[in-house]
Ligand binder design. Sequence first.
Ligand code: ZN
Length: 143
Amino acid sequence: MNNMENLYRQVIMDHYKNPRHKGLVNDEHYHTSHIKNPTCGDDITIQSRVEDGIVKDIRHEGTGCSICCSSASVMSEVLVGKTVEEAEKILETYLNMLTNKEYDEEVELEDAIAYQGVSKFPARIKCASIAWKAFEDTLKESE
Ligand code: ZN
């Protein structure tokens, strides 16, 4: 394992053990989406609140593997405070990176870059992407 991979692994384990933005809220200003990944047992619910074109908050709750649970936490940290346009760009870049498609390397993925290595493990790509896809669903709902 090289240094970068080790660093990325630490980011993932840190968010898995100490998830940020965890726990759902009962608030009508939030949009909710729930996605399951039966092949791994991941089950995740994402809530987001958008105000004045800015992602004000993201919440997550669920069970699953370390890749899935940590990615919901990382996503929340990366995307809260961004404009919807920036969040959509990061989302698209992240999903392209995971699926080995061409992506814009100029886009700042922050800690989400830690999941770059997942693209080498097709079975785990879904684990790393369902939280982000659920967030995408909540964005569509708020439009
Ligand atoms: Zn998983």
